[in-house]
Design a protein around this ligand. Structure first.
Ligand code: DHB
Ligand code: FE
Length: 280
């Protein structure tokens, strides 16, 4: 059977991609941030996952407000990076783990999750940035991907509890997949930010630090919170954090936090990551 190697949660802020594109990786401002991902990069180099399941939201690039699936699943053989308005980025196409994705599609429908099935999909910064943070800028990506898209853009968004249950389903889908492929699950988005409305610019570093500290060892509160709680605590776009619950929900009750970091930079978004390993 396939094996879940680790869960990783990370922000997917687009300015990270812009910093890489402008060659600012080692600038005074950005180096501490990118260096914080070196342990995760070392970890994937040592453990060599075959497939990355990436849970993210599209930001009006592949779906717009006229039609937004609450849940979508990519089953394509290949995905292009979405052009978000500044031209195509120098990022290789992503190769889909199509066989596993179809298995997951079947398991999701059998388990009453009913995603929109995408044979064709451009993937935006929500997926690109986490992949670059973890795998760098290779000529070709060392893993195949399975994109799971969650609507966190237009209300009503799914509930945190539902995201946890999707994680549990993903866990069963991995356990019932009859290959020996190794899988890393990446939950993306957040941390606290609000890009719109009266609270535009809101971030909550205390809540972010608590999230990073507890999402591995003590996630019960985050699963029980309402969507409104997420918005109040993390901001309207900080509610993207519900996607980390898919990652956490697919892991063992007991996990070891291999690495964690948090930055509350002088910007619009708290940024952080955790790398979790199952403890059985
Ligand atoms: C921004 C966009 C995002 O999708 C995100 O998750 C964080 C920040 C931004 O535009 O600043
Ligand atoms: Fe986002």
């Amino acid at each position: 059977m396939a094996e879940l190697l680790a869960g990783l949660g990370t922000s997917h802020v687009p300015s990270i991609a812009a910093a890489l594109d402008k060659g600012l990786r080692d600038s005074d401002e950005w180096k501490p941030f990118f260096d914080g991902y070196i342990p995760a990069q070392d970890w994937v180099r040592a453990h060599k996952p075959d497939i990355a399941v990436v849970i993210f939201n599209d930001h009006g690039n592949s779906f717009f407000l006229d039609r937004i699936p609450t849940l979508a699943l990519g089953v394509a053989e290949e995905y292009q990076p979405a052009d978000e308005g500044w031209g195509p980025r120098a990022v290789p196409n992503f190769i889909g783990a199509s066989d596993f994705a179809w298995h997951l599609a079947d398991q999701m429908v059998a388990g009453h999750f009913d995603p929109m099935i995408c044979r064709e999909l451009d993937v935006d910064h929500g997926l690109q940035v986490p992949m670059e943070l973890v795998f760098g800028r290779p000529a070709a990506w060392p893993v195949k991907i399975v994109p799971i898209l969650v609507n966190t853009i237009q209300y009503p968004i799914p509930t945190p509890q539902r995201m946890w249950e999707l994680g549990q389903l993903l866990r069963r889908a991995i356990a019932s997949y009859p290959t020996d492929e190794k899988i890393i699950v990446m939950g993306t988005g957040g941390l606290s930010h609000q890009l719109q409305g009266a609270r535009a610019g809101y971030i909550n570093p205390d809540a972010d630090r608590a999230w990073i500290a507890k999402i591995g060892a003590d996630p019960a509160r985050y699963r029980a919170m309402t969507r409104e709680d997420y918005i109040a605590e993390f901001g309207s776009e900080g509610a993207e954090l519900i996607m980390w619950l898919v990652m956490r929900g697919c892991m063992d009750d007991s996990v070891r936090t291999l690495h964690q970091q948090y930055f509350a930079p002088a910007s619009m978004t708290g940024a952080g990551m955790v790398l979790l390993e199952n403890m059985g």
